[in-house]
Design a protein around this ligand. Structure first.
Ligand code: 26Q
Length: 797
């Protein structure tokens, strides 16, 4: 049955049925939450039908499957995605209206599934959706964290973290699979038996599987996201309880559950703790066993595993998959070691997401030996085997008593990929230079992308309608068709409609701001948006410095015809990242002073929206005029927010970093406000002694802004609050904020001048939309399929 041959009346009946029989309530007493769950279950019924069809087709064809192993899946809301991909918007909208409900209110009642920190986790979610849209049989594997990324609020301008408990409400999208649980062990010792190593782990937990169906465009295909939850092998200790040891009786249970309790809220420190390593091994080991179980059930010969399983490692977090797969093949199934290594390598591939040294994972050999003694031995064996393959040129997997997970992942993968062209080049030249010389064909580029279903079709219905009216709806799963808009860009009627969609999006956003945050902004102002994790390399402090400098200029000359601007920030800082938290505090302090300034506030407002998440991004991006992508060149591996903004018609102000380079190549230099040093120039500039002081001396605007901050203009009650921030910027300034300041200032003025001329501006914005079609994650996934996985799409019945 076609998923969308459903009428609005069918939909309404189904909602009412679920309301009664699943939730046990009636329309007279149902809360918004009840209605949302009832709608979810009604939609889920349709989705499950499509899911079964895809699973049947896969079981029949037994194709090579893709397995995407990721510590993070930053999914956001699922209901709207399912409705849009099943094309049930009309039926659901009419049914809800019949029941006296507001569609948007019901959709927004769903909490975000925030099982990720940022880019890497969101990329995994976009990939899952594209895999389903393309019809590539695939599983996502990860951890079912009880608490996802913390909820952020501000107290006196400082970040406060509170636990996020997305599972406290009924979660309609998962199915527990009690039949596929795995036992995972840690610690213990390795003995020899009949010439084979036998690892007897001491501590055991159960990995329980929870499956979420991921549906593609038009419901043509669906895959499974399988998340593992840690549960005790033996629950409650009744004997202890009976002896009156109540707390102790529950201890083993609590300990086991710790493993999947919480997402690490950090996206840089590669120096992890024991629990992090346990999490990594826990989900990797459970996933590999699940993959082998499925393979063996289909009766293949082990040597053929690479023909049936492509296992992608999302960064090094699941890199223990190399040694573990070798262990499963060699120790547990008797394959010769060299063959086991080659077979594992045939399956595995690894995506690198960062070059920053502090983010590259390393584990102490002591911890590794204690927690995974057999893996430590195998890492030594793999190291030796690798050295033997490449005599004379030895790259070690261990250094200074630490195991290097990047090198392990590289060595155990048949392909290693970067996430933008520039990042891939830099991988070859820097972190993996030695390994690249040994394996010159291993590193490939797969520039990131984003799913157009979520980031254009659902997030921006006004622009989507205009696009479909202009070029038909083929763009939704063939985004490069957006280039057909090119012909309309010189049509004033089209540009008017384009401008109208943006204006209305901005009005919606301004209304939401007033209602939810109690802030008033002028929808005609330039909405200048920087939303992403707070990091020194992303340089939110460059943006706020320019804001302070601009404020001072406006104050000095209020009548100079300033273009009204709203600077919008959002993003979370890792709880232990002190400097990032100071940047948040500074932005909030600056906002307080500027927004209260009667002279400047008509021209310049600053907002820091709390608790940035996927849903807030969906609301903000369609309303943005200008996209801030201002990282120090060479530091942002790719970026994906940059692509979302470009698609939604917000030109970039940015550096030549990550995928900005490719965005600019495509949208055209005229439609991109470029500034700053290149990655090479950054290296050279760092070698200049006193580079920050020189830059400050050369630009009084920068000097003035720094001085205002250091003299307490934004922290009158604590004048020295930003001493540390200012000392950093005037001293080492590793991320070259000062040295890029003047170029950034100039680029902002160019952006402003363009914005002041609506005809020029909307043309540039439309060029961004028309030329950003290449940045679909469908294109990225097709690249992985041909270059890395060797898989083809499979059609459902
Ligand atoms: C590692 C060890 C211990 C604790 C935490 C971590 C950890 C966790 C998350 C390290 C890194 C991350 C996440 C990194 C990340 O999101 N990288 C981003 O990936 C995007 C998708 O490729 C790129 O677009 C961004 O440029 C990159 O910063």
């Amino acid at each position: 049955m076609e998923a969308y041959s459903l009428t609005a009346a069918d939909m309404r009946d189904s909602i009412l049925r679920h309301l009664a029989y699943e939730l046990g309530t009636d329309p007279g007493h149902a809360t918004l939450h009840d209605w949302r769950i009832a709608l979810s279950l009604a939609v889920r019924d349709r989705l499950v039908d499509r899911w079964f069809a895809a699973n049947r087709a896969t079981r029949a064809a037994q194709p090579k499957r893709v397995y995407y192993l990721s510590m993070e899946f930053l999914i956001g809301r699922l209901l709207e995605d399912a409705i849009v991909n099943l094309r049930l918007e009309e039926q659901a909208g009419t049914a809800l209206a019949d029941l006296g409900l507001d569609f948007d209110a019901v959709i927004q009642n769903e909490p975000d599934a925030a099982l990720g920190n940022g880019g890497l986790g969101r990329l995994a979610a976009c990939f899952m959706e594209s895999l389903a849209t393309i019809g590539c049989p695939a599983f996502g594997y990860g951890i079912r964290y009880e608490n996802g990324l913390f909820r952020q609020s501000f107290q006196d301008g400082r970040q406060i973290e509170e636990p996020e408990d997305w599972l406290s409400q009924f979660h309609a999208w998962e199915f527990e699979r009690r039949d596929v649980a795995q036992e995972i062990r840690f610690g213990g010792e390795v003995t020899q038996k009949d010439g084979r190593a036998v690892w007897t782990g001491a501590e055991a937990v159960i990995a329980a599987a929870f499956d979420t169906p991921i549906i593609g465009w038009k419901g043509r295909w669906a895959n499974t996201l399988r998340l593992w939850s840690a549960q005790p092998l033996h629950g409650f200790d009744l004997a202890r309880f009976n002896r009156g040891e109540y707390a102790a009786a529950a201890e083993p249970e609590a300990l086991a559950r710790t493993i999947s309790r919480v997402l690490y809220p950090d996206d840089t420190t590669g120096q992890g703790k024991e629990l992090r390593l346990k999490q990594e091994y826990f989900f990797t080991a459970a996933s590999l066993r699940d993959i082998l179980r499925r393979f063996e059930a289909e009766g293949g010969a082990l040597a053929d595993l690479p023909k049936k399983a492509a296992i992608q490692l999302n960064d090094t977090h699941p890199a223990i998959a190399g040694p573990e797969l070798v262990r499963l093949l060699h120790d547990e199934r008797g394959m010769a070691l060299d063959e086991a290594i080659a077979t594992a390598r045939g399956c595995l591939s690894y995506t690198n997401h960062t070059l920053m040294p502090e983010a590259l994972e390393r584990w102490s050999e002591d911890l590794m030996s204690q927690l995974l003694p057999r893996h430590m031995q195998l890492i030594e064996r793999i190291d030796e085997a690798h050295a033997a393959e490449m005599p004379g040129r030895r790259v070690t997997l261990r250094e200074n008593g630490e195991v290097k997970m990047g090198e392990i992942a590289f060595t155990m993968a048949h392909k290693v990929n970067g996430v933008s062209a520039l990042h891939t080049d830099l991988m070859k030249e820097t972190v993996f230079a030695d390994l690249h010389r040994l394996h010159p064909d291993r590193i490939v580029n797969e520039t990131n992308g984003v799913t157009p279903r979520r980031w254009l079709l659902s997030a921006n219905p006004r622009l989507s309608r205009l696009i479909t009216e202009t070029i038909g709806e083929g763009w939704v799963d063939d985004l490069e068709q957006l280039d057909r808009l090119e012909a309309s860009i010189s049509d004033p009627g089209f540009l008017d409609a384009y401008a109208k969609a943006k204006r209305e999006n901005k009005q919606d956003f301004a209304e939401w701001l007033a209602a939810e945050q109690g802030v008033r902004v002028d929808p005609e102002a330039l909405f200048d948006v920087q939303i992403k994790r707070i990091h020194e390399y992303k340089r939110q402090h460059l943006n706020i410095l320019e804001t302070v400098a601009l404020w001072r200029e406006i104050k000095a000359n209020p009548g100079a015809g300033w273009v009204p601007r709203v600077k919008i920030f959002a993003g979370k800082a890792a709880p232990g990242y002190v400097f990032a938290k100071e940047i948040i505090h500074l932005i909030n302090d600056v906002a307080e002073v500027l927004n209260a300034d009667p002279v400047t506030s008509p021209y310049l407002k600053v907002l820091f929206l709390p608790n940035y998440n996927v849903s807030l991004a969906e609301r903000l991006i369609p309303a943005a005029d200008l996209s801030e992508q201002i990282s120090t060149a060479g530091k942002e591996a790719s970026g994906t927010g940059n692509m979302k903004f470009a698609l939604n018609g917000a030109p970039t102000i940015g550096t030549l970093d990550g995928a900005n380079v490719e965005i600019r190549d495509r949208v055209g230099a005229r439609n991109f406000f470029l500034f700053g040093m290149t990655a090479q120039e950054v290296e050279a500039r760092r070698a200049v002694p006193d580079h920050a002081r020189q830059a400050i001396q050369a630009d009084p605007r920068l000097g003035g802004a720094l001085k205002a901050i250091s003299q307490g203009a934004f922290s009158p009650s604590d004048k020295h609050r930003y001493r540390g921030v200012v000392a950093n910027l005037t001293g080492q300034d590793y991320f070259l904020v000062c040295s890029d300041f003047t170029a950034y200032w100039d680029a902002q003025r160019r952006a402003e001048a363009a914005f002041a001329d609506p005809a020029v501006w909307h043309r540039g914005a439309a060029c961004n939309t028309a030329r950003a079609g290449w940045f679909s994650s469908d294109r990225t996934i097709r690249g992985y399929m041909t270059d890395i996985w060797g898989t083809v799409p499979l059609a459902a019945e």
